[in-house]
Design a protein. Structure first.
Lengths: 225, 220
């Protein structure tokens, strides 16, 4: 019987190795799976490439991986924050201790969408004629310059949802949805921290945002480590 | 000449220019102040790129929901008829030309409508682009809202932007504390000007060449 529910955070992140590329859901504080972030931190995984919209805040989010020196590279649209602790992204970046690939936010999510949808890339007018298009192939389409952007996939996606059933069907909570439904399509292992498990059949099929086919493991926020 | 518009008056001027029924994205910074000044008889639908249509006011203190925030990461509410969606659909709304107006802050604008609003290129700190480039591309009208000159008095409406570009040839209208300027294929045209300020005086604060348009009095 298919059951994607796991009982602990240790089980939820089992098999993720050093050097993994991890998509981390969330926009600002909305949608970051703090329990999964803590589990990866405790597991001491190193040399990670992280794909996320933001570069960490005062919350125990991506910041704690950065402070522990677990991250080699960040792929991100808005890594800047007001945080200037000794190991915040800003400090690490200015010291040359971390790599950054800066991507416009809409291009970031569309690159993931492409990877998850089995497409080989796309042409976008976003970034054309700017520093972020340097070195990229361009093409005139309908009289406007477009930039070729490539798909972006990951080994793992760590996401936060609201409800899940045993098949991994998901709902989200308001703006905590943001990147999660797209990241869920673009990673080999998709792990979701949810507020609650519900019985099969309890979710209105019209309200399921991410069908369980995209999800590998779901863990409740209140689960033990 | 009259006193240049303050930030609140600039917000009121922009708010009046947004047509009833428009779907609008407001950038971070000066445009933040626009919603407070929408005329009550107008129904405007605000989009936030983290996945909201029909954004409402900030809830009272103590009633914030941190899963309901805007692109500036501030708590907001949802108006009746509003909706939530993922980031891919949100940026499709922007790039795909579904928004009527995008109002952006800026460092510099060129006479060709080039926009510089994401980086000063001075190598200070961490580069961050967020949704700036996406917002500058797809809306049917891109408006800029900014002080006419920099703090040191240097012009910000230029022949060519000196800061790194956000997008080329996208800006349609510039709302400043001194004027409203339309960007037309033939150049910049002054639609509104602060009462008592001459075109030559406005030109002295502007590097790009200005032409007289309607020259209506600029009023908040």
């Amino acid at each position: 019987m298919l059951d994607r529910r796991v009982a602990s955070f240790t089980e939820a992140i089992a098999g993720i190795g050093h050097g993994a590329t991890i998509m981390l859901g969330g926009f600002g504080g909305a949608g970051t799976p703090l329990g999964l972030v803590a589990a990866v931190h405790r597991a001491g995984l190193r040399d990670l490439t992280v794909i996320a919209n933001n570069g960490g805040s005062a919350e125990p989010d991506l910041r704690i991986w950065l402070e522990a020196g677990q991250v080699r590279k960040l792929v991100c649209s808005y890594p800047k924050s007001k945080l200037h602790t000794t190991a915040s992204f800003t400090t690490l970046y200015l010291a040359g201790k971390i790599e950054l690939e800066l991507v416009p936010q809409g291009t970031l999510v569309e690159r993931m969408r492409c990877a998850g949808a089995g497409l080989g890339g796309f042409y976008t007018p976003v970034g054309a004629g700017t520093a972020l298009a340097e070195g990229k192939e361009t093409r005139m389409i309908d009289g406007r310059e477009h930039v070729l952007e490539m798909p972006l996939s990951a080994d793992v996606a760590l996401l936060r949802g609201r409800q899940a059933d045993r098949l991994g069907n998901l709902t989200y909570n308001k703006t905590a949805r943001n990147f999660a439904p797209v990241m869920a399509t673009a990673a080999k292992l998709v792990v979701v921290e949810v507020e609650e498990f519900v019985e099969l059949g309890a979710l209105d099929p019209e309200a399921v945002v991410t069908p369980g086919i995209f999800v590998d493991r779901v863990v409740q926020r209140e689960a033990p480590q | 000449m009259s006193t240049p518009l303050n930030r609140e008056q600039m917000a009121r001027r922009v708010a009046r220019a947004i047509p009833d029924g428009a779907f609008v994205n407001l950038g971070i910074g000066l445009p933040d102040m626009v919603p407070d000044h929408i005329p009550p008889e107008n129904e405007i639908f605000l989009h936030s790129e983290n996945g909201i249509l029909h954004v409402g006011a900030r809830p009272p203190a103590g009633q914030e929901d941190w899963d309901l925030i805007n692109a500036g990461k501030q708590p907001v509410s949802l108006r009746s008829g509003g909706s939530f969606f993922d980031s891919a659909l949100s940026f499709a709304m922007m790039r795909g030309g579904h928004l009527d107006v995008s109002v952006l802050g800026a460092f510099q604008v060129s006479e060709a409508g080039d926009l510089a609003n994401w980086s000063t290129g001075l190598g200070e700190g961490v580069p961050a682009v967020g949704g700036a480039m996406d917002l500058a591309v797809g809306a049917r009208q891109i408006w800029v809202m900014m002080e006419h000159t920099a703090r040191d008095g240097s012009p910000r409406i230029l022949r060519q932007c000196r800061y790194p570009l956000t997008a080329t040839g996208v800006v349609k209208r510039i709302f400043t504390n001194l004027a409203v300027i339309a960007v037309r294929p033939e150049g910049l045209e002054v639609e509104e000007i602060l009462p008592g300020l001459g075109l030559d005086e406005l030109q002295a604060r502007t590097e790009a060449t200005l032409r007289a348009g309607a020259m209506r009095p600029l009023e908040a």
